[in-house]
Structures are given as structure tokens and as C-alpha cells.
Design a protein around this ligand. Structure first.
Ligand code: PLP
Ligand code: ZN
Length: 405
């Protein structure tokens, strides 16, 4: 295994501590020697063992398995959603529920690999900027590993559940008077200057290696078949790339055939990648003041944008934007038709799917998977705000039965 720059193709050793290409500044990706990967694969075990991140360890860039830091991440449910399918108008719809991870979002899949890598590299402190889920996850895995954890959050913009997790897991938390993009710029600089602090934002090339397992698990749970389409919310844009890469690698070693059309969703208040895809551009224009109810994708300058554009183009997928109102509507459809509680960013996938089916971009006979990236309890205030208030009544049988009529 090695690190490779997606822009200039330069190759580096796996244990080099680079976040981006030292030659051109491009994004890095872990690449495999195919013969070595095929040799490491235990195909029999893959067919019987239950899904989890470390089930697919042959695909992980880990040199020392004794250092693995795990809270049993992955193995999340793939719900078949017949009522929701009827509502949005597709033949077969599934929701991959990432809220079932240890800290309630898919970030745990990346952090188990990223924090393991931090131990391998001898780091004592790990750091990130976050809209909330990355910091919750990093704080938990750093605690498990016995590492110091530093996080920068945009002040006043982090959903309550995520903030609560970050604080109680013991991360040193700094509320930055600015947005996520500004916080990330600062933490990147800190980690370039201070070699003792290891950066675990999604710019880190190892985290997406864990997130690839969303793709692996979808194929595994569909009986080693690949769906027609996978719909993913795009924030900093590592996840859509990671899932694409998962399907790509399964195809490469012959475990499955083909790659689903990767379909990325952003919010109207923050849609730089959707814009680039619709205009057929290779470069995107950052959004200065991103705004959306879906705080997990409230990112105007996605560092992994070039990877997202590649994943969408290479898989013949597409991208679409949705309004906050559409997100809230979709969130209610998911809870009320399927019992799936997902935070707003996750619900954007169903909102986007609905829009694309209505437009005829997505065919009604497709088999689609939406990735519900985070749990509804991440943002309880939003859930309460968009719901009907409970009616109050005195503690008397007669009064209450009257209300039920
Ligand atoms: C991080 C996150 C996203 C965005 O993922 P990216 O890899 O940054 O594109 C979407 N939804 C939730 C719930 C998240 O935590
Ligand atoms: Zn390069």
C-alpha cells in the first residue's frame, strides 16, 4: 500500500505524515498493490462474518493490527423501505442507517482507522475542526486510545447532541468565532507547524479508508450485489468519495460487479459542488457564507471537493440541491413512514431523491440506497422545532380523554 496524489500521481510511503501532496498540494489517496490485496483477502470469511469495519481489514492501511482502536463501529442496518419507496416513486429503496454507530454518525468508521493510524505514527495529541460529528467521534476514539484531543468548533453553530458528546468525552474544545471553513484553515496550520499534533479532519487520507466500508457493507448486505444508485449528503465531501472507492475496490478484486451512480446532495444555502457538476466544471467556486438547517453539511469550501467531482463523474452519477423546507419534509417522511430518525443532513438524501425522481433524472425502476449519515438525537432542538408542540392537560382522566376525541 502507498499514498498517491490524485492530481500529479506522485507516490509516497504509507507511513509518511502528509495530509496533502508535498509536490503540488493535491489530495492524497491510499492505493493498493492489487496482487497483494488479493492475496490478503479471505473470501470464505467475508461470506460468513457479520458486517463491521474491521471485517474488511484487508482493505485497511494498517501496519500494526495490535494498535487497532475500536468501539465496534459499522455493521449498521440496511433498512428496506417500501412505504418510503412508494412515496418517492422508486421500485426499491433502502436506507443505510449510520446513526447506529457508536457515537451516532458514520464518522466513527473513519475515526477507528484514523486514530489507529495516529497511534502507529506515535502521535500524543489529535485535533480537528468540526461541525460537530467529527469532534464527537474523535473525542470518543481519542479517549479510548488515551490520546489528548483538541477540537475547534464554529461558535453557536453546533447541534446540541454533538456538542454534548464532544464535551463529555473530554476533548479540549475551542469555540471559534467564525465558520467551519475558517476553523479548518486554523487547525490545518497548527498541525503543519506542530508535528506533535496529528490532524484528523477528512483531509487526512486514512479516515476515508474506514468510510469505504459503507460501500462494502451495502454490497455485502444486498447479497454481494451493487445497487443502481447511492445517494449521499455532501459536506466536506470525503464520504461520497470513500463510498465510491469502496465499490471500486470490491469491483477490482472481483467481489462484486459495477459501481453505483454516486449521487451527491447539498443544501441550497451551500451548494458549490452541485453547481460545478451542473455546469460541467472541474473546479468549484467556494461559497462564502454557507447557511442551512443541515449543519453537518454547512460547508462552503469542501476540501475534498475534487474527489467528490471525480466520484460523481466516474460513476455517471449526478448532484442536486434541496431547500431546508424539503429537508424537513423528508425527515418527517423517514420518521413517520419508516421509523428512521436521522438528522437533517441525512434527510437531504431522501429530499434530493424525491426531486430527481420527479424530474425524471432518476428512473422509477432503480434500486436506490440513501445513506442516513447521522442520528436524529444529534440535533434534538431541530426535531422539536419542526414538530407539533405537545398539548398540555391537567392530570385528570376526563380532561385527557377529551383531548383524544
Ligand atoms: C460529516 C457529515 C456529513 C458530510 O460528510 P462529508 O464527508 O463531509 O461530505 C453528512 N452528514 C452527517 C451527519 C455528517 O456527520
Ligand atoms: Zn501532487
Amino acid at each position: 500500500m502507498r499514498l498517491e496524489c490524485i492530481e500529479c500521481g506522485s507516490k509516497f510511503k504509507l507511513h509518511e505524515r502528509f495530509y496533502t501532496c508535498p509536490k503540488c498540494g493535491g489530495l492524497l489517496e491510499v492505493e493498493f498493490e492489487l496482487s497483494e490485496l488479493k492475496r490478503k483477502l479471505d473470501r470464505k470469511r467475508l461470506k460468513v462474518e457479520a458486517p463491521s469495519v474491521w471485517k474488511y481489514r484487508a482493505f485497511m492501511p494498517i501496519l500494526d493490527e495490535s494498535k487497532i482502536v475500536s468501539l465496534s463501529e459499522g455493521g449498521t442496518p440496511l433498512y428496506r423501505c417500501n412505504r418510503l419507496a412508494k412515496e418517492v416513486g422508486v421500485r426499491e429503496l433502502y436506507v443505510k442507517f449510520e446513526g447506529a454507530n457508536p457515537t451516532g454518525s458514520f464518522k466513527d468508521r473513519g475515526m477507528t482507522v484514523g486514530v489507529t493510524k495516529a497511534l502507529e505514527l506515535g502521535a500524543k495529541t489529535v485535533a480537528c475542526a468540526s461541525t460537530g460529528n467529527t469532534s464527537a467521534s474523535l473525542a470518543a476514539y481519542a479517549a479510548k486510545a488515551g490520546l489528548r484531543c483538541v477540537v475547534l468548533l464554529p461558535k453557536g453553530k453546533v447541534a446540541r447532541g454533538k456538542l454534548a458528546q464532544t464535551l463529555i468525552y473530554g476533548a479540549q474544545t475551542i469555540a471559534v468565532k467564525g465558520n467551519f471553513d475558517e476553523a479548518l484553515t486554523i487547525v490545518r496550520r497548527i498541525c503543519e507547524e506542530r508535528k506533535d499534533i496529528y490532524l484528523l479532519n477528512s483531509l487526512n487520507p486514512f479516515r476515508p479508508q474506514g468510510q469505504k466500508t459503507i460501500g462494502f457493507e451495502i454490497a455485502d448486505q444486498l447479497g454481494w450485489e451493487v445497487p443502481d444508485r447511492v445517494v449521499v449528503p455532501m459536506g466536506n465531501c470525503a464520504n461520497i468519495w470513500a463510498i465510491y472507492k469502496g465499490f471500486f475496490e470490491f469491483d477490482l478484486v472481483g467481489l462484486t460487479k459495477g459501481i453505483p451512480m454516486m449521487t451527491g446532495i447539498q443544501s441550497e444555502g451551500s451548494m458549490p459542488i452541485v453547481d460545478a457538476i451542473k455546469r460541467g466544471l472541474d473546479k468549484f467556486v467556494p461559497v462564502k457564507k454557507p447557511e442551512t438547517i443541515a449543519t453537518a453539511i454547512r460547508i462552503g469550501n469542501p476540501v475534498n471537493g475534487p474527489k467528490a467531482i471525480r466520484a460523481i463523474r466516474a460513476s455517471k452519477g449526478t448532484a442536486e440541491s434541496v431547500s431546508d423546507a424539503e429537508i424537513i419534509k423528508a425527515q418527517k417522511l423517514m420518521t413517520r413512514l419508516e421509523g428512521i430518525g436521522a438528522e437533517p443532513a441525512s434527510a437531504s438524501t431522501v429530499a434530493g431523491l424525491k426531486k430527481l425522481v420527479r424530474r425524471g433524472t432518476i428512473k422509477r425502476d432503480e434500486r436506490v440506497v440513501c445513506v442516513a449519515t447521522g442520528h436524529i438525537l444529534k440535533d434534538p432542538e431541530e426535531a422539536i422545532r419542526v414538530s407539533e408542540r405537545p398539548r398540555e392537560a391537567p392530570a385528570r382522566y376526563k380532561e385527557i380523554i377529551k383531548l383524544l376525541r
